[in-house]
Design a protein around this ligand. Structure first.
Ligand code: PXG
Ligand code: PLP
Length: 440
């Protein structure tokens, strides 16, 4: 059985080389636990756990049951001026995983929407406090905050920006990224070198006056750009400088939340508390699209003024707090706690690091980086064909080794299930090495 060619042709795929894909489509029809089922009847191991989404594995029984029950009970509820019981319950559960001081959650449908929501909340917060002149937003080179206009503007992935350059938001600057192969290649965990790069925020504060800057947004560990852990002291320094000038610090934890780096949130792992935390992906284990923005109490409180019957934040999505997504979220968060998922993830880190770095001796590998259960392996680009070698690894892994390995250009990315077994990690690395050995 195979999907008919007209159907394949009808779909414009996201972040995909459409013409190349359609020559030999990789179509997935089912999933169970740590495996996908392909259209040609193979079981394919998922070494990327969805798209960083599905740390508990696919079709988790507790989540499946919660979704099935919810869709038959309350399929949709308006979320403006009324709301489903499930979304309130989920909000409380999210805050229960957070450090003290974060007691309010706004729901979105994706990480991209979370990014734009967080930037709007930052601007609204300053304005509500009489500092509406604080309009400048600071992102970081190689940052990824989704693909909507706000997130794209503060983001720093060149291919995602270049076509839209003249339409990006004004009043945005970028901190330098922290990857420098001369100083921190083949680094295990956090690099010792690079903490000083946070001081660039002082330079921007001097240039614009820190009092004009609304927010700084960073991923605690940059994900999409190829897994760039923060240098030692870097996040602490950002927090200090933000405090000095009254700038809000936003952590985009779309990847790093919910156990990917061994805690509920990366903020806890690094011991650095931002003002706003963005999340998505693991919030529902990827089962139903959902994102969220969690804020410190004083941010919410700043909006709560004026007549009590007036809307405080003119922002929201038709599907904000969708009851079926909320039910999936509740079941996912319960599973994380009941199954000890964050502890499982933390216990696997050391093995994952060793296994991934065993690829360092391969002649095509130019760097290996890891933090928590996030891993990146850089391949030497084929001359004149950037990204071709990475895509070839992805395709050969799929067809010849029955495994999904994600490539972002020539960077192989690894996002093992949080409840993987050590032998699953070894098998992944073995298969990747076998494929690398076939490349010219
Ligand atoms: N912020 C961060 C930090 C992300 O990692 C988004 C925002 C956007 O989320 P949505 O749900 O709108 O896609 C992301 C998403 C990869 C990969 O291969 C990473 C993402 C998505 C797809 C693939 O690294 N990150
Ligand atoms: N476009 C139009 C014409 C709409 O009516 C709406 C929502 O009502 C939107 C866009 C926004 O859609 P969503 O709330 O799903 O983001």
């Amino acid at each position: 059985m195979s999907t008919n060619p007209a159907a394949v042709d009808s779909y414009w795929m996201p972040f995909t080389a459409n013409r190349d894909f359609k020559e030999n489509p990789r179509i997935i029809v089912g999933a169970d636990g740590h495996y996908y089922l392909t259209e040609d009847g193979r079981k394919v191991y998922d070494a990327f756990s969805g798209l960083w989404t599905s740390g508990l594995g696919h079709c988790h029984p507790g989540i499946v049951e919660a979704v099935q029950k919810q869709v038959a009970t309350l399929d949709y509820s308006l979320g403006f001026q009324a709301g489903s019981d499930k979304v309130f319950e989920l909000a409380e559960k999210v805050t229960s995983l957070a450090p003290e001081g974060y007691s309010k959650v706004f729901f979105t449908n994706s990480g991209s929407e979370s990014a734009d929501t967080s930037l709007k909340i930052a601007l609204g917060y300053h304005r509500a406090r009489g500092e509406g002149h604080r309009t400048r937003l600071i992102g970081r080179e190689k940052g990824y905050h989704g693909v909507n206009f706000g997130g794209m503007s503060v983001g720093g992935m060149t291919p995602n920006r270049k076509v839209f350059g003249s339409s990006l938001l004004p009043c945005v600057d970028h901190l330098p990224h922290t990857w420098d192969p001369e100083h921190n290649s083949f680094q295990r965990g956090q690099p010792e070198w690079g903490g000083h790069l946070a001081d660039d925020l002082e330079r921007l504060a001097a240039l614009h006056d820190g009092g004009n800057i609304a927010a700084v947004i960073v991923e605690p560990v940059a994900g999409s750009a190829g897994i760039l852990p923060p240098p030692v002291g870097y996040l602490e320094r950002l927090r200090e400088i933000c405090d000095k000038y009254g700038i809000l610090l936003i952590f985009d934890e779309v990847i790093t939340a919910f156990g990917r780096i061994g805690e509920g949130f990366g903020a806890q792992r690094f011991g650095v508390m931002p003002d706003i935390i963005n999340m998505a992906k693991g919030l529902t284990n990827g089962v139903i699209p959902m994102g969220a923005v969690m804020v410190r109490d004083e941010i919410y409180d700043a909006f709560m003024q004026g007549p009590a019957e007036a809307i405080e934040l003119f922002h929201g999505y038709t599907y904000s707090g969708h009851p079926v997504a909320a039910a999936a979220g509740i079941a996912a968060l319960d599973a994380y706690v009941d199954e000890g998922t964050f502890e499982q993830s933390r216990a696997l880190e050391g093995h994952f690091e060793e296994a991934l770095h065993s690829l360092a001796d391969h002649h095509l590998v130019t760097d290996v980086r890891n933090y928590g259960l996030m891993g990146g392996v850089d391949l030497q680009a084929r001359p004149g064909a950037i990204g071709a070698r990475g895509l070839e690894v992805h395709k050969k892994c799929f067809w010849d080794e029955d495994i999904i390995v994600r490539n972002g250009g020539d960077i192989l990315q690894f996002s093992p299930f949080l409840n993987s077994r050590p032998e699953d990690i070894d098998m992944t690395v073995e298969k990747v090495r076998r494929v690398l050995d076939t490349l010219d």
